[in-house]
Ligand binder design. Structure first.
Ligand code: IDP
Ligand code: MG
Length: 150
């Protein structure tokens, strides 16, 4: 069982698409184990996007992600990281297939609606940036028949 961090970015909140975005991932078969609304501050934004420090879009990315509230959610399920990545689409909505969140709902690379962790290792680090352990619930498999086994 894997966990991954999802953020509905400020453009998604402003456009009223949080429910749509979360629902698409939930319908896919992953379970919500934590969720909160927050406004990211500069320090959290720089920690979350630290790998992009020094790139030309970094300052704009930090400015944008701190410009309004985000919805942070942790999803759990088999191969959750890659399932969310595939459901999101590519980084640039232009390259994203129809049927994906970014391909159906987005236009600009800098306003691409959703963040999803890119590896299980990064997911654990990112989740810890946003959630305390006691803010996440856990499900028992034996009373959880509808999660599809891989
Ligand atoms: P990802 O969100 O698909 O994982 P990353 O490469 O991790 O993409 O980049 C983080 C975010 O930074 C992207 O979601 C996008 O909003 C923004 N970004 C990435 N590359 C560019 C760029 O070349 N120009 C503008 N924004 C970018
Ligand atoms: Mg990324």
């Amino acid at each position: 069982m894997e966990r991954t961090l999802v953020l509905v970015k400020p453009d998604g909140i402003q456009r009223g698409l949080a429910g749509e975005i979360i629902a698409r991932i939930e319908r896919r078969g992953l379970r919500i184990v934590g969720m909160k609304m927050l406004r990211m501050d500069d320090a959290l934004a720089k920690r979350h996007y630290g790998v992009h420090e020094g790139k030309p879009f970094f300052a704009g990315l930090v400015r944008f992600i701190t410009s309004g509230p985000v919805l942070a959610a942790v999803f759990e399920g088999p191969r959750a990281v890659q399932i969310v990545r595939n459901t999101m689409g590519k980084t640039d909505p232009l390259d994203s297939n129809s049927g994906t969140i970014r391909g159906d709902l987005g236009v600009d690379m800098g306003r691409n609606l959703i963040h999803g962790s890119d590896s299980p290792e990064n997911a654990e680090l990112e989740i810890a940036n946003f959630f305390k352990p006691d803010e996440l619930v856990s499900y028992k498999r034996d009373v959880d028949q509808w999660i599809i086994e891989t």
